[in-house]
Design a protein around this ligand. Structure first.
Ligand code: SF4
Ligand code: SF4
Length: 310
């Protein structure tokens, strides 16, 4: 599966090595003792709301703080460009012969964002900045409730579907010489609606979130979004991520239950880990939900090569 390696798994942990059994208490007591709060979710939501609020306030009060929207913006007058948007523009201008007219601002904007999210972990953008991710997290709660009540069934697809959409939207940009993806991109649509005011296009967001609630959990983020797919590619080489320590794990799978991309936590399943320590793969959005959920503190943020930093 995506994110797995081909090494031989370590022998499954013996019963006496399971952390709560080692401590001589029940799983329930172990969980209650170690607690599982919402520390990282609270920090992350504060950052996400704060950044999006900054866009709104900058527009409302004509401040030169964070101007534009999440498709393209200026921070203190310094240009920032979404990488997938940049890629589409590059393809269109290469085709039309206008590539030499792309300005230095475009290059600086693209490189600034690219380097920033490279250092911050790639898909960090998804869970820490994207307003659609925020909305979809609430949709997911409702979806999980309906599944639990047996009102609906879960529908999952191949995670590689995103790359089909990624290539498809680039081909569409090439063929039409238009930023077609921007017409359906919920990130830009929501960002612009919050800054400049709502429009009928929000019906598309409503349709999307309804589909996710009643049919397939987090469909857009998991199987479609080319922005997330681009950051996932960047995240393959990024230094910042989430690490897993086998010794602290009880294989309860609480982390997988809250994760947008549970395939990246394949090593938490009993007898699957191939090393005492694993780094979570590039699809991880560094959201911290698994860190909050884990009763054994087996998951934590890390800079590869460094020990636990937070
Ligand atoms: S592995 Fe953890 S940090 Fe990464 S997306 Fe899943 S829940 Fe979030
Ligand atoms: S890493 Fe996951 S499976 Fe292991 S103890 Fe923590 S929540 Fe449970």
């Amino acid at each position: 599966m995506f994110g797995k390696n081909n090494k031989t798994p370590l022998p499954a942990k013996k019963k006496e090595d399971i952390p709560y059994i080692k401590e001589g208490i029940s799983f329930k007591d172990w969980k209650a003792k170690n607690g599982s709060g919402h520390k990282w979710r609270t920090i992350r939501w504060s950052v996400l709301i704060g950044i999006n609020l900054l866009f709104i306030l900058s527009f409302m009060f004509d401040l030169s703080l964070l101007e534009g929207s999440l498709s393209g913006s200026r921070l203190f007058g310094f240009y920032l460009m979404d990488p997938f948007n940049s890629l589409q523009m590059l393809i269109i201008s290469a085709y039309t012969g206008h590539i030499k007219f792309l300005t230095m601002n475009f290059v600086i904007g693209f490189l600034t964002i690219f380097i920033f999210y490279f250092l911050m972990g790639g898909r960090t953008f998804c869970s820490w900045i994207c307003p659609y991710h925020f909305l979809a997290e609430w949709g997911e709660k409702l979806h999980n409730y309906l599944v639990k009540k047996k009102k609906i069934k879960e529908h999952t697809y191949n995670i590689y579907l995103r790359y089909v959409f990624w290539v498809g939207f680039l081909i569409l940009a090439f063929v039409t010489q238009q930023l077609v993806f921007e017409d359906v991109n919920p990130i830009g649509i929501l960002s612009r609606a919050m800054i400049y005011g709502p429009g009928l296009i929000l019906l598309w967001i409503l349709a999307l979130i309804t589909f996710e609630i009643v049919y397939s959990k987090r469909f857009w983020c998991r199987y479609v979004c080319p922005v997330g797919a681009t950051w996932s590619m960047v995240g393959k080489a990024t230094p910042f991520g989430v690490k897993f320590e086998l010794d602290k794990c009880a294989h309860c799978l609480d982390c997988q239950k809250v994760c947008l991309v549970p395939h990246e936590l394949w090593f938490v399943e009993k007898g699957k880990a191939t090393d005492k320590r694993h780094d979570v793969g590039s699809d991880c959005t560094r959201c911290g939900l698994c860190i909050d959920a884990c009763p054994g503190n087996a998951l934590s943020y890390t800079i590869k090569g460094w020990d636990r930093i937070l």
